[in-house]
Design a protein around this ligand. Structure first.
Ligand code: ADP
Ligand code: ASP
Ligand code: MG
Length: 450
């Protein structure tokens, strides 16, 4: 059995879903479980409805919900059998419109936002299941919410692996054993009481991995719009090359520092069982893609110790300077307690004799953190920064690498430097507007231009 997950651009319209059908057919002997994202752009469009609700604009809301239903209808119209899904999608959209109508004029609560955001996956999976069934593939639609049991941290819920594994084995495996093709949703789950949740943006990859681990599949295929994990984001570096193999650790580091192609948690459920992830291009299904596995014979990109360069924008740097930190103990603990208390995640940390700099991605909850940190020392915050991460197993053992790296980065100003404990990455902070150029210069330094 395998899991085949298709991202938003791989289900964007009827031609994309046509390609999906061909890919799934070619995998029939592997007994796939199909996991899908919302049609490209639909999650953003749904979240945008919250703005209209807040503004109390009922007419605009009608039009926007109508446009989303129309998009699904037009897509279904071009795929034999898919129109059978439209009744369920239409009913659900009407229910959504009614729910949102009761909230006009106010902000949606986190639980309401998750119920809203998850609609895209519910609709796309209905449509794709009907299209696969129409193509004679014996598809059956499965609502993943009662299986993907999560906590109630709306917007970034964490699944309970044990409950999930029991339910996935009890509900999904019998369908596959009966020769059916289950089609289900990425990104969404529900609390134990059935309240809908989401796993965070880009979370469908994580869903696929969780289900793959629960069902002990032979591999998890992630179908997307690029050829695999690449030496840099091809949108920034058009000459970026595809990595044929990567380790779980490399994939996790790259994803954590901005390589959107995989959700950062994707590898995590698969490590223990050593299940490979294969990242593939749905526009070029014959290409080998990137295989991510523990024992991969890690090929080098030419002679470069670096395997890939990623970057993440929208970063805020928090600096704390406290002369009393010199020679004192307990200071870092006190500082991290502040972040823990306010549930703010820290990405990169660099510490000197009397000062500490760290980066956070979620700016929204920073104010109380800064207030509490001010009790420990002088605090200043710098916005609009970007993290650049240079990742590769070779980094550990290459003398002079830092020199090459910082020479290539000039004239951009480097602000916070950190070499992760895993020793397979080197991260630093630059101004956001310098990010793309810095990535290009590093790529040129370590991989050349072609
Ligand atoms: P999907 O909709 O299939 O989940 P995403 O948009 O989430 O796809 O991720 C694919 C995108 O990730 C690519 O189009 C590419 O621009 C971007 N990306 C960023 N960094 C990398 C990288 N190192 N390798 C490959 N793709 C990357
Ligand atoms: N549709 C969701 C998002 O846009 C989840 C995903 O595509 O992975 O974030
Ligand atoms: Mg994605």
């Amino acid at each position: 059995m395998i899991v085949a997950k298709f991202g938003g651009t791989s289900v964007a319209d009827a031609p994309a879903i046509g390609r999906l059908i061909g890919i799934v057919r070619s995998r029939s002997a592997d007994r796939p479980l199909v996991v899908v994202s919302a049609l490209a752009g639909v999650t953003d469009a749904l979240l945008d409805l919250a703005r209209l609700v807040h503004a109390g604009d009922g007419a605009a809301l009608d039009a926007a919900v109508g446009a989303l239903v129309d998009r699904h209808r037009a897509t279904a119209g071009e795929l034999p059998g898919a129109a059978l899904a439209l009744a369920a999608i239409g009913e659900d959209a009407a229910a959504l419109r009614r729910d949102l109508g009761t909230a006009l004029g106010r902000m949606l609560r986190p639980a309401e936002l998750d119920a809203l955001a998850g609609r895209g996956e519910l609709w796309s999976s209905r449509l794709i299941a009907a299209a696969l069934e129409g193509a004679g593939l014996g598809a059956t639609w499965v609502d993943i919410r009662p299986i993907m049991v999560t906590d109630d941290r709306y917007g970034r819920a964490t699944p309970y692996p044990q409950a999930l594994a029991e339910r996935a084995r009890g509900c999904l495996r019998p369908l596959v054993d009966a020769g059916l093709l289950p089609v289900t949703q990425g990104f969404i789950g529900a609390t134990i009481d059935g309240s809908p949740t989401t796993l965070g943006r880009g979370g469908s990859d994580f869903s696929a991995a969780l289900l793959g681990a629960a069902l002990e599949v032979t591999r998890v295929e992630i179908w997307t719009d690029v050829n695999g994990l690449m030496t840099a984001d091809p949108r920034i570096v058009p000459s970026a090359r595809t990595l044929r193999y990567a380790s779980y650790e490399e994939a996790a580091e790259l994803a954590t520092f901005g390589a959107k192609v995989l959700h950062p948690a994707t590898a995590q459920p698969l490590v223990r069982a050593g299940i490979p992830i294969v990242v593939l291009n749905s526009l070029r299904p014959g290409d080998p893609g990137t295989t991510i596995e523990p024992s991969a014979e890690l090929e080098r990109m030419g002679d470069s110790p670096v395997r890939s360069i990623s970057w993440k924008r929208g970063i805020t740097v928090v600096n704390v300077r406290a002369p009393r930190m010199l020679g004192a103990y307990g200071f870092l603990r006190a500082m991290f307690e502040v972040f823990e208390r306010h549930e703010v995640v820290v990405d990169v940390l660099a510490s000197g004799e009397v000062s500490v700099s760290l980066t956070v991605e979620d700016r929204t909850r920073l104010d109380p953190v800064v207030r509490d940190l001010a009790e420990l020392g002088e605090v200043w915050v710098e916005d609009r920064r970007a993290i650049i991460a240079v990742v590769g197993i070779g980094i550990r053992s290459t003398p002079g690498l830092a020199h090459r790296l910082f020479r290539a980065v000039q004239p951009a100003n480097v602000e916070v430097i950190s070499q992760g404990a895993s020793a397979i990455n080197m991260t630093f902070v630059v101004r956001e507007e310098d990010g793309p150029d810095v990535v290009r210069r590093l790529h040129q330094e370590f991989f050349g231009s072609c």
